[in-house]
Design a protein. Structure first.
Length: 208
């Protein structure tokens, strides 16, 4: 707890409490109100948009030292959340009521600067997501995601469904694109694994 307080000293004298949230715990849902603000001490929370057909797209992730701009916006001006969030990796979160958060923003210059920086960072993230969805081909987007996920030995243990959620598309589209990559010897598909023998070749192929 001390680490995040050192990183966000404006919380030092605020009436906060620590909450432990296991992976899979819903944090908030689209259309819900906001009664509290969370500051992540450890773990990861994923913020996503869900379509009427049940398709998801990841907007951004909240990690240590960060908070959620949707919750802050909800507390300051907008009465409801505009997306949903779920704990992706077991998280410890410092909780502050919206009333105490509003009072903190009024009194603390550091807190206001933190909020502005979070909004600027998240806006950039969301604009990048929009740019990818609108302007990039699916094979290029998938190759870029695989590059982000690739560990040192280039074996990825993500399911096709999980990749589809990340990119806001259907699982069938991901499977079809991966099959094409495999046909071109750019990936090797196994049960629950994707092996990338040459990451540079994959990226070069889809960006031509």
């Amino acid at each position: 707890m001390q680490t995040i307080i050192e990183k966000l000293p404006f919380l030092r004298h605020s009436p906060i409490h620590l909450s432990s949230l296991p992976a899979g715990t819903p944090v908030f849902t689209e259309g819900s109100g906001c009664g509290k603000i969370g500051f992540v001490q450890s773990g990861v929370i994923r913020v996503f948009k869900l379509s009427e057909t049940g398709r998801e797209i990841t907007l951004y992730r909240i990690e240590a030292g960060e908070s959620c701009i949707l919750s802050m916006s909800c507390a300051l001006s907008n009465p409801i959340h505009q997306a949903s969030a779920i704990v992706e990796e077991d998280a410890n979160v410092l909780i502050l009521s919206t009333g105490d958060f509003q009072e903190l923003i009024e009194k603390s210059h550091e807190a206001r600067n933190y909020v502005f920086s979070q909004f600027a960072s998240r806006l950039t993230n969301v604009m990048m997501v929009i740019e990818e969805v609108v302007f990039k081909r699916m094979d290029e987007r998938l190759a870029g995601l695989l590059a982000e996920l690739a560990p040192p030995h280039s074996v990825i243990t993500k399911t096709h469904e999980e990749l589809a959620v990340e990119l806001g598309t259907a699982r069938e589209v991901i499977s079809r694109t991966l099959k094409e990559f495999e046909r071109q010897n750019l990936v090797r598909l196994g049960r629950g694994t994707i092996t990338i023998p040459d990451l540079k070749a994959l990226l070069h192929r889809v960006r031509r």
